[in-house]
Design a protein around this ligand. Structure first.
Ligand code: URA
Ligand code: SF4
Length: 229
């Protein structure tokens, strides 16, 4: 199959061990993105964390350094988490896709981010699912449209769902149209875990009206902080 599945560890014990998963993901060739990127950037953070934040894919800096959210978007995210009152020790950060997808500027050295396609998101999903199973978080935070589609299905729209505490769909249905149906049909309090969607922190950097867009991100993360109390 053209996905990450064959690269996951075989033993159930290793499949629920984040370090074993990280070591296995380093050799993943489940889609074509490993070819041009420097390395797999796996999720990181508190293994006992109650919150898992899911971004899109590593950016240029993340690809160079090998850690998620260490570039400009990561700095926005760190600041917003602190302002919302979410402690770093409670958080694990990861991405829907684990390799940096980019194109080279004509004649230049700069690597320009390209949004992963549906096939790449699907191919990489086994890693995200394994992380979620291993971590069993109370709240999953979806950062932006790519993570939203990867988790909550193709009909996901940030503008429609952001800043609301929703039922986290069953992991078996993650990324499929049934995930969206489950969200619609399950009161958040009845689910074992919740999900909150917000914008991607890089949207703050691109925005004309940075302060307002940033304030919206902090507000949405405040819903997460509230749910953890
Ligand atoms: N953007 C993301 O979505 N993830 C990162 O790790 C960095 C930037
Ligand atoms: Fe494997 Fe995901 Fe990288 Fe594709 S993007 S090679 S599926 S880790």
């Amino acid at each position: 199959s053209h996905d990450a599945e064959p690269f996951l560890p075989d033993s159930p014990k290793e499949r629920s061990d984040l370090d074993a998963l990280r070591r296995a993901a380093a050799g993943c060739r489940g889609c074509g993105l490993y070819e041009n990127a420097t390395r797999t950037v796996f999720g990181e953070g508190s293994a006992g964390g109650r919150v898992v934040l899911v971004g899109e894919q590593p950016g240029d800096q993340e690809d160079r350094q090998g850690h998620p959210f260490v570039g400009p978007a990561g700095r926005v995210l760190d600041r917003a988490l602190e302002e919302a009152g979410i402690e770093r020790g409670d958080v694990y950060v990861t991405n829907a896709v684990k390799h940096f997808k980019f194109k080279r500027q004509a004649g230049g050295k700069r690597r320009i981010h390209e949004t992963p396609n549906v096939g790449e998101m699907r191919a990489c999903r086994p890693w995200l699912l394994a992380e979620l199973r291993a971590l069993d978080p109370d709240v999953v935070v979806v950062l932006g449209a790519t993570a939203g589609k990867a988790l909550l299905g193709p009909s996901f729209r940030v503008t429609k769902l952001r800043g609301r505490l929703l039922a986290l769909p069953d992991l078996e249905t993650i990324g499929t149209p049934s995930a969206a149906r489950e969200i619609d049909e399950t009161p958040p309090g009845e689910a074992d875990a919740q999900v909150v969607a917000t914008i991607h922190p890089s949207a703050v950097l691109r925005a004309e009206d940075r302060d307002a867009v940033y304030a919206g991100l902090v507000d949405d993360l405040g819903v997460v902080a509230q749910a953890l109390r």
